[in-house]
Unconditional design. Structure first.
Length: 125
């Protein structure tokens, strides 16, 4: 059981996924620092509030923190834009290196039909 667990942990896809997750978490921290330390400070200088987090709406005794949502939305847009730029650069690099996407081969039904026909041919011969 220990050997199986070791094999499972050392699978390439799992290790790659773990590395991607860790990089994603750290990337999120960088974007959060950029948003809170730079972007929101500029917004504060223009709008008069240091961040969207201070924006609230009072309804009766309740308080709706819509500013927190706006801050998260700004973070999301920044992350999405940076990922877009990374993917565009990656695609350009792949094209420059001459790497082509894997060509689409026959689908599963076609392969099964071909196997069926080969088996029929073998039985007939």
């Amino acid at each position: 059981m220990l050997q199986d667990f070791k094999k499972f942990i050392m699978k390439g896809n799992l290790v790659t996924l773990a590395v991607a997750f860790i990089i994603g978490v750290e990337f999120s921290r960088v974007v959060g620092a950029f948003t809170n330390g730079i972007v929101m400070r500029i917004v504060g200088a223009i709008a008069g509030k240091p961040s969207f987090d201070d924006l609230t709406l009072k309804i009766g005794k309740g308080v709706i923190l819509y500013g927190t949502f706006l801050t998260a939305l700004v973070n999301f847009v920044i992350v999405a834009f940076v990922l877009f730029l990374i993917i565009k650069a990656y695609d350009k690099m792949q094209a420059a290196m001459g790497v082509k996407e894997a060509e689409e081969g026959p689908n599963e039904a076609d392969l099964l039909a071909e196997i069926r026909d080969l088996l029929k041919a073998q039985r007939s011969a």
